[in-house]
Design a protein around this ligand. Structure first.
Ligand code: TMP
Length: 205
């Protein structure tokens, strides 16, 4: 049995990830690929409980290191209990966010040392990496306008604009550092333009 492929989608808030993930999953299913969709933080029963802690506005005093460790705790559950078993069965896994988000949000946004995050990455992931990461890039202005239109903001969405500028800048840096894996997708266009662009990368996986 062939091993499946692991695809992750990331970006600043309001980059249109959910819509594009819907389209990616349908596209792969039309090609008769078995798709497991998941998200971070979360994606497992325990991970979803960790997600609630992370996004709860009542936890605004949470220390940045605690936030980082909880992200990786949720990630470990997801990798061990969901992603690896699915890939071993030949399914493809599509995750709404993954480790690049920890570098961007906790490293960029919270300004934690990127080397410490790399150590955690090695500890939890070893050599394991996505086959493809799509970074949906929109300006922070556009992203924040879309978030403003939503109901209530979560603990991280309440951060100031400069935080999200730092997040975006780390995503851009990482797409330059890992061009084979991370593809920067201009997410300012129409839904179908963005999807057509993404399909080019799915077709060569
Ligand atoms: P979502 O808005 O895409 O559902 O993601 C939840 C929030 O969690 C989002 O603000 C980004 C943040 N996040 C991190 O700060 N670090 C991480 O490692 C991950 C996976 C998400």
């Amino acid at each position: 049995m062939n091993k499946g492929k692991f695809i992750t989608i990331d970006g600043v808030e309001g980059s249109g990830k959910s819509t594009q993930i819907d389209l990616i999953c349908s596209y792969l299913q039309r090609k008769s690929i078995d798709v497991v969709r998941t998200r971070e933080p979360g994606g497992t029963d325990l991970g979803e409980k960790i997600r609630s802690l992370l996004l709860d506005v009542d936890n605004k005093e949470m220390h940045s290191d605690t936030e980082l460790l909880l992200m990786f705790s949720s990630r470990n559950e997801l990798i061990q209990n969901k992603i690896i078993p699915a890939l071993n069965k030949g399914s493809w896994v599509v995750s709404d966010r993954f480790t690049d988000a920890s570098f961007a949000y906790q490293g960029g946004g919270r300004m934690l040392d990127l080397n410490r995050i790399s150590k955690l990455e090695s500890w939890v992931l070893g050599e394991f990496q996505p086959n493809l990461t799509l970074f949906l890039d929109v300006s922070v202005d556009v992203g924040m306008q879309r978030v403003e239109a939503r109901a209530a903001k979560d603990r991280i969405e309440l951060e100031e604009r400069a935080f999200f500028e730092r997040v975006r800048s780390v995503f851009i840096d990482r797409s330059k550092s890992y061009p084979e894996r991370i593809k920067l997708i201009d997410a300012s266009g129409s839904i179908s333009e963005i999807h057509n662009n993404i399909k080019l990368f799915l077709d060569v996986l």
